[in-house]
Design a protein around this ligand. Structure first.
Ligand SMILES: [Zn+2]
Length: 290
């Protein structure tokens, strides 16, 4: 039976991935994600349900539109597989729980913002704001007792000496602190980075470096707010310092293959977030020895 549940969540993940493809394609263009139904971008022929089966249809159609033979991007399959594997792994780790819903949502958001950022070097601002609000909701329901949350905030404000129920802070309290830290820390970093770049531009008498005048985009700042809400303060720091290592891999290949040095940063932040979610505690143990 156990294997059936795993197959089930893998398939659900693939279907959700198919929906994420629609989001990635349409949200940056301000198009509805509900209508019109999926159609070939070239010949506009609506895609029949049997040609729209996640992962499999691409291979049945051998990567071409049934009517006009236009090539279908392999990226659709990548997104569907990523989402399916995410759901499967999260289900194995968390089982049926609120945490499963919470992190399945987070992983979907990571996929969407990463691929939109790859295409546009920017993301619609409401995506991360939506993520932050959803994260706060999840944390609130994870906290269970509303009173528990109130006591935390009173204690933080120095009003109340009452201890939390088990001495620890509620998930909601940790989320709010994580959010403020994620936004604040990253924004400060951006501010100093921007000043540094401005000075560099003045010295070099240039207007921009390959069209770029900012160290981090505001999208990156919002994204770190999402990380704080879902994973807390420690994760913000870890993600922030791990992401550059992923970016280096791209930068090296950019130098080797003479591609643009301009890099979309959200895919690296997302990859780092996944690493921190699964192995964050191991990393802190190895680095800080505790
Ligand atoms: Zn077509």
């Amino acid at each position: 039976m156990d294997i059936l549940f795993k197959v089930y969540w893998f398939l659900i993940g693939a279907c959700v991935g198919s929906f994420l493809n629609v989001c990635i394609l349409r949200l940056p263009k301000d198009m509805s994600i509900v209508s019109p139904s999926s159609h070939c971008p070239k010949c506009k022929t609506p895609i029949k349900w049997y040609d729209n089966i996640p992962i499999l249809s691409f291979f049945f159609l051998m990567g071409k539109c049934r009517s006009c033979r236009e090539k279908i991007s392999f990226r659709y399959v990548i997104v569907e597989v990523l989402c399916a594997v995410s759901f499967l792994v999260l289900f194995i780790k968390l089982g049926y729980s609120l945490a499963f819903a919470k992190f399945a949502f987070l992983f979907c958001l990571l996929i969407v913002v990463s691929f939109i950022d790859i295409d546009y070097h920017a993301i619609p601002a409401y995506l991360c704001i939506f993520g932050i609000i959803a994260g706060l909701f999840f944390a609130f329901f994870q906290s269970g007792d509303f009173l528990y949350v109130v006591v935390d905030f009173l204690r933080a404000a120095g009003v109340s000496q009452v201890q939390g129920m088990d001495g620890a802070n509620s998930p909601f309290f940790n989320s709010v602190v994580g959010l403020l830290f994620g936004l604040g820390f990253t924004y400060l970093f951006k501010l100093f980075g921007d000043i540094f770049i401005s000075l560099l531009l003045i010295i070099r008498k240039k207007d921009s470096i390959e069209g770029e005048t900012e160290s981090l985009g505001l999208g990156d700042v919002d994204f770190m707010g999402v990380v704080g809400v879902f994973l807390g303060v420690k994760a913000v720091l870890l993600v922030f310092f791990i992401a550059p290592f992923f970016a280096i891999i791209y930068s090296v290949s950019a130098v080797l293959f003479k591609k643009s040095h301009l890099i979309p940063y959200l895919p690296y932040l997302s990859a780092a977030t996944v690493v921190v979610y699964f192995w964050g505690n191991d990393i802190t143990r190895i680095v800080f020895g505790s």
